[in-house]
Ligand binder design. Sequence first.
Ligand code: NAP
Length: 502
Amino acid sequence: MYTALVIGAGFSGIGAAIELRRRGIDDFVVLERAQEVGGTWRDNVYPGVACDVPSLLYSYSFEPAPWSKLYADGAEIQQYIRHVVDKYDVRRFVRFGHDVSSMTFDDAEGIWTVTTNQGQLRAKNVIASYGPLANPSLPSIDGLEDFGGDVIHSAAWDRNHDFSGQTVAVIGTGSTAVQLIPELVKVAGKVVVFQRTAGWVLPRGNLRTPPRVLRFFGRFPFAQGLVRAGLFRATELSALALVWNTVLTSVVALAGKLFLRREVRDPWLRRLLTPRFRPGCKRMLVSDDYLKALQAENCQVIAWPIARIGDNGVMTCEGVEHLADAIVCATGYEVTKAAPPIDIVGRNGKSLNADWARGAFAYKSVSVAGYPNLFFTFGPNAGPGHTSALVYMEAQIQYAAELISLMVKRKLTWLEVDAKAQADYNEWLQHRLEKSTWNSGGCDSWYLTEDGFNATMFPGFATTYQKLLRDIDLHHYRAAGDLELAIGGPRTADLRSHAVNR
Ligand code: NAP
């Protein structure tokens, strides 16, 4: 029986493992369904894959790296993750090829039994780090399975597929597509882009880090820390435009329109590419070459809705069949905004899959009432639209590790968030979300369930979220064991000493 079991060896699972070790907890295991660490950065190997958040910020706060570019490409990020795993000696805790299908909580013992394809494991605590962008989503379009050529999802890229000279249909124009399409246009005979919704595009400006800057950062790591802190503050300011619908949102819209006007001369194409929603409502797209690629001689943008897919290509609703040798789906992921990807059975047989069927919710995105000793990273309402998700993730990891340490120290059988505290938190959260660009910006996005419920984003600054998670109020928890003793004198366990990006 383990003190902790971590599901997933992506950024957050590895971070959780490092934090547990830092606190002297060594009897834990990390279950990973694949044969390598890295999560979404291991899986996404499509041409052009890169981070759309500056790498100085999209990395662990405790492990700066000599990033070769402002926005590192996927391979460099994966190399970084492997470096961290080796440096912090995490690999020996990871059991590869373990695919978790379900987990059940035993009330009396306060223990989770986790079922995998390799058998069952028991653990006192579970940190669910399976990640929101783990399972590719193929579009539900009639006839996709009948297509005669290859259908390739961006997150399950076929490195052996040779696109040269082929006609490639690309479905989707989101964050992935804007990276992938310019690369496909370079090699394919023809690229036909099927756009359902035009997104806001801003230039990225991916500068190479000059060698002298890398040397300087190597000698003076605090200087790199200062730049990271500066980037963090700058992205925090962008929340004023991207999280809430303000006058600054209109400034971003103006910048997007000017960029579109500068890049696209043809008024008809410009019209097709002009977004009809407020910036921030969907994830901002950053690219220097996407709009140029769409105007390449071998590229065509189709904005007619897709009616069906046939043996030879894609049929749009005005009756035209666009022949294709291959279809690339840059159509995103089965994001966990409702039921989790594994069966989770909590106290008294309570099913999290049923509880979350119409939309996920939690307390501070980490704990869920009815499911003691379970902690989520990248859980409900834990996402930012304006800065690095890793900032949020580190706050969640520290929160979970602090509570697990407390349980170990106080020998608590179980620790569970109070249902009322969770309900109050969600009332506050959903009230704030009403005014956010995601809920009121006039678009459909993967942030919302089909009912329009926002189960994914945190409506505020990252600093607000960090503070929320630094302050653990144990009066919002119930426990078997001496919680009074655990609470001790002060009402709040203050985690300020572990704060990142202060
Ligand atoms: P996405 O943002 O969900 O975009 C999916 C695209 O596919 C959208 O354009 C969508 O159109 C289209 N689509 C889906 N189903 C369709 C259908 N049935 N017919 C036609 N079009 C369809 O997916 P993504 O681009 O893979 O990005 C997902 C997330 O991954 C991002 O939001 C971001 O968080 C992350 N990401 C991050 C990076 C990074 O650098 N950090 C890079 C790539 C991705 P609609 O817009 O009309 O729905």
